[in-house]
Design a protein around this ligand. Structure first.
Ligand code: AMP
Length: 213
């Protein structure tokens, strides 16, 4: 099964990808996670990508397309895979079709999470992650007992550099600019499904399971 998750940052793609992994054992390919790891390890890709990511811009298509091609080539995904955060532009969508065609695969479902700017800003700008153990919090929805300190390990809680309100707004603008023509690439196909990203995690997941089953 090959799934593509579309939608603004904070629309719930990553959360639902985790639910899908648990239920179906599918591999997740998140270009955001791969790029963050590359930045942390200061690889050539990471060095090229960092500035774009910090300012909320998209990393150039060639860089992300190569990441995906490499992941698919590695043949990591016996039970299929979930693409989370890719494609984000029409050019990436077209390239993805080509990469899959070469290995005689095709997308089974495209899930497009719709969400309002206000919700995205509230969700993302409140995210905090423990520097030591990686546990995630939200200052409003799931705050730690003590401000800025991890309940699990007393580690320091940090905000991702691109999760500030200003950068989240920019990321939403960037998403809006690209999303029309990208959705248009899939919209006419019966594989394309719109989801209400404003709904709760369980409701959205139930909707996804209905589509897949
Ligand atoms: P995410 O965690 O998916 O919101 O991604 C974080 C950042 O990584 C984005 O703001 C972009 O700078 C970069 N990025 C992730 N996926 C892509 C993609 N498919 N195309 C271009 N840039 C991407």
């Amino acid at each position: 099964m090959i799934l593509v998750l579309l939608g603004a940052p904070g629309a719930g793609k990553g959360t639902q990808a985790k639910n899908l992994i648990e239920k179906y054992g599918i591999h997740q390919i998140s270009t955001g996670d791969i790029l963050r790891e590359a930045v942390k390890n200061q690889t050539e890709t990471g060095i090229k990508a960092k500035g774009f990511m910090d300012s909320g811009d998209l990393v150039p298509d060639e860089l992300v397309i190569e990441i995906i091609a490499e992941e698919v080539r590695r043949g990591c995904c016996v039970n299929g895979f979930i693409l989370d955060g890719f494609p984000r532009t029409l050019a990436q969508g077209v390239e993805l079709d080509k990469v899959l065609k070469k290995i005689h695969l095709q997308i089974d479902h495209v899930l497009d999470f719709e969400i309002k700017r206000e919700t995205v800003v509230e969700r993302i700008a409140g995210r905090r992650t423990c520097k030591s153990c990686g546990f995630g919090y939200h200052i409003r929805f799931s705050p730690p007992s003590k401000d800025g300190v991890c309940d699990k390990c007393d580690g320091e809680l940090l905000q991702r550099a691109d999760d500030t309100e200003e950068t989240v707004n920019k990321r939403y603008d960037v998403y809006k600019k690209q999303s029309g023509e990208l959705s248009g690439h899939y919209e006419k196909s019966s594989k394309y499904h719109k989801l209400d990203g404003e709904s709760g995690v369980e409701e959205v997941f139930a909707e996804i399971v209905k589509i897949l089953d």
